[in-house]
Structures are given as structure tokens and as C-alpha cells.
Design a protein around this ligand. Structure first.
Ligand code: AMP
Length: 179
């Protein structure tokens, strides 16, 4: 993958050793173009709009800085008495939601962060139980998330970071009001 702006390593992107070690495990050697461009801005905490084709590494582009930032701040207790959701990733489909959450777990394997995924078309109870136990990162499709939130099972009041993955597709699929 090409690396613009002279960035040739993940170390140059100021990612901590725990994340770099996980990247070695998955076999990534150099940041892709979207990763080099987005990660520094996300680490600064500014809002970013990224556009890249499928297969160019956009999941890691938002997940790596998200994980790093989460390790630098503390979880607060939510209204259920557990540590609350601090990062929310919305995706248009359940397949993408599951893939993104798997990446979150792969890249975050050496960090003390918990994640889960919720989407429609399957039973709600296992999802509710996981969220109730406390998660730092929630990956979700908009419909099921709203449903669980409206039923009072999900507290989004502590969310500090929001990612709209494939935002254009979410709007095409009619999620504009949900989003
Ligand atoms: P994505 O565009 O996020 O769906 O990623 C496409 C594929 O590229 C996935 O299989 C990733 O595991 C892989 N990938 C992401 N970033 C890198 C990287 N820096 N080096 C090598 N492979 C990568």
C-alpha cells in the first residue's frame, strides 16, 4: 500500500507499542494512504471526513486512533452502574458491523478495552446482556441500536467518539432519520 506524506511506519504515526504489536501480529508493515492521512488528525481530536475505496484500510484508519484515544481517557460509570460506551461506530449492514468489531478486537488485543456488536435479525437478549456488563466500544447498525436505546437498554450519554462507517451507504439505505 502506498504511503503519502513520507510516512513509512506506524511508529511515525505515534501509535503506542501495544497497538504496533497487534499490527505486527496481523501482518501490517506500513500504513496505507488513508491511514497516514487520517490517523494524525484523529489523534488530535478533530472531526474527519474520509473517502477511500473498499480494501484500502479505512477500518484501521479510524479504529487505531480511536483505540489509542480510549486508552488515554478514563471510563465513567453509566446509569446502569457499569463503565459506559465511549466510542460508537455505526455501519449500514450487520456484516460490516461484525467485521468492524472483529478488527476492533484484533487491533485492541493488548489493550484493556471491551467491545461488542449489535445488529438486527437476531435475538436481542444476548446483545442487551453484553451491553449491560459494560463496553467501551459499541459497533452497531442504526435500526437495532435505536430500538435498544428506546427500550432503555443502551445509554449513549458517555459517547465521546462517533464514527459513521460507509455514511453514504447508510443514507442510500434510508437510515437518514435514524442517523
Ligand atoms: P478495509 O479497507 O478496512 O476493509 O481493509 C482492507 C484489507 O486491508 C483488510 O483485509 C485489512 O486487514 C487490510 N489492511 C488494512 N490496513 C493494512 C495495512 N496497513 N497493511 C496491510 N494490510 C492492511
Amino acid at each position: 500500500m502506498s504511503t503519502p506524506d513520507g510516512i513509512t511506519s506506524f511508529a511515525e504515526l505515534d501509535l503506542p507499542a501495544t497497538l504496533q504489536k497487534a499490527l505486527v501480529d496481523v501482518g501490517y508493515e506500513t500504513p496505507s494512504a488513508i491511514q497516514s492521512r487520517i490517523i494524525p488528525h484523529m489523534l488530535e481530536g478533530v472531526d474527519v471526513l474520509g473517502q477511500a475505496q473498499t480494501g484500502t484500510g479505512k477500518t484501521a484508519a479510524f479504529t487505531l486512533p480511536m483505540l489509542h484515544k480510549l486508552t488515554m481517557s478514563r471510563s465513567s460509570t453509566n446509569r446502569f452502574g457499569v463503565f459506559g460506551i465511549r466510542a460508537l461506530v455505526l455501519t449500514p449492514t450487520r456484516e460490516l458491523a461484525a467485521q468492524v468489531e472483529e478488527s476492533v478486537r484484533d487491533y485492541g488485543k493488548y489493550l484493556k478495552l471491551d467491545s461488542t456488536v449489535i445488529f438486527g435479525g437476531v435475538g436481542m437478549n444476548p446483545q442487551i446482556n453484553k451491553v449491560k456488563r459494560g463496553v467501551d466500544i459499541l459497533v452497531a447498525t442504526p435500526g437495532r441500536l435505536l430500538d435498544l436505546q428506546q427500550q432503555g437498554f443502551v445509554d449513549l450519554s458517555g459517547v465521546q467518539m462517533l464514527v459513521l462507517d460507509e455514511a453514504d451507504r447508510m443514507l442510500d439505505m434510508g437510515f437518514i432519520h435514524d442517523v
